[in-house]
Ligand binder design. Structure first.
Ligand code: SF4
Length: 322
């Protein structure tokens, strides 16, 4: 079989020597050998909730997470006895990185009476410091269940937080984090795009800037956006979220037109730069070497799982299918 060196660091080349040319076949072979579970080898990456659900329900021995670090950590929290691999440990997330655990701990100590509701896009340490972990799908329901006399602190996404304040009418103290992908949608370019495609329906993820959300016909989590385009009678959509989902929309709705909302910078694509660190070469090497692996202490896993369990027990199940 022919081999070639890949575009990877010299020490990695030394360790691994060669990359097979037919990566897809090799990855599928490793998948069978490892009894592992990987996401679509194409370019779709599901939302945090879907991936976490999948991770929690798998009966496989090894979970290979072609996503970002906090998602792989969540898979490990839900599957502490399984091996969880992430092709590139640098695949982070601006929301998770913008909320370091020591600062979040200090923030909580300044507001000891607040209930801390934290979006799942955060590190395991921050999960462990939270009372409840939510997703964009269940955040509204959870907030509505918090007694009126309990003040709420919401982290780390200020845009999702602002959207939820508006939706629920509930004042919340917001951590000032943001998703770099969702923040780059330019309002002006969006208006130009709407003028060019007057029949297109604008749909947006709640992490988007307020100005974009105000103009959207529908706002919802990644899976809600997918369901919306599948069920809608409309034919054209402008999609304001991480553009990887468009591949999935095109696959499930042939004939419909999906236009990615334009980012502020000139680059034509608004795919998450962190997600893009997961190349096929790194996926192959990760499966071959069973490394890099997500490792966390049992203590941290236990503390990070607690707010997820609290949510399940409160009836606002974060993972409703479990
Ligand atoms: S799209 Fe945004 S929220 Fe998702 S991983 Fe990338 S930076 Fe984080």
């Amino acid at each position: 079989m022919p081999y070639e060196t890949a575009d990877i660091a010299p020490q990695e080349v030394a360790e691994t020597a060669f990359i097979p040319l037919n990566l897809e076949d090799e990855i599928l072979r490793l998948k069978r050998d490892l009894n592992s579970e990987i996401q679509d080898l194409a370019d779709f990456v599901g939302d945090s909730l879907e991936l976490s659900r999948r991770a929690a329900s798998t009966d496989r021995d090894v979970i290979v997470f072609a996503g970002v670090h906090f998602m792989a950590e969540t898979a490990k929290i839900l599957n502490p006895r399984k091996q969880v691999l992430l092709p590139d440990l640098n695949a982070g997330c601006s929301l998770a990185e913008g909320c370091p655990a020591p600062l979040f701990k200090a923030f909580r100590e300044m507001h000891p009476h607040h209930v801390a509701i934290t979006y799942i896009n955060c590190s395991a340490e921050v999960k462990a410091l939270s009372d409840i972990i939510c997703t964009s799908s269940n955040a509204e329901k959870i907030i509505r269940q918090v007694p009126e006399d309990r003040p709420i602190l919401f982290a780390p996404d200020r845009n999702l937080g602002k959207y939820l304040v508006k939706k629920t009418g509930r004042e919340m103290l917001l951590w000032q984090g943001s998703c770099i992908v969702h923040e780059t949608f330019s309002e002006r370019k969006l208006l130009r795009l709407r003028a060019k495609y007057p029949r297109a329906t604008l749909i947006a993820h709640p992490e988007c800037d307020e100005a974009v959300l105000e103009k959207a016909e529908f706002v919802g989590s990644t899976s809600a956006l997918l369901r919306y385009v599948q069920q809608s009678a409309e034919e054209e959509f402008i999609i304001a979220t991480e553009a990887g989902i468009i591949h999935q929309m095109e696959k499930s709705c042939p004939g419909k037109v999906f236009i990615p909302a334009p980012p502020e910078e000139s680059c034509a694509c608004n795919l998450c730069p962190y997600m893009k660190l997961n190349t096929m070469e790194k996926l192959y090497l990760c499966m071959k070497n069973r490394s890099p692996e997500i490792s966390m202490s049992d203590d941290l896993i236990g503390r990070a799982y607690k707010p997820i369990r609290e949510t399940e027990e409160s009836g606002s199940q974060i993972f409703p299918d479990l």
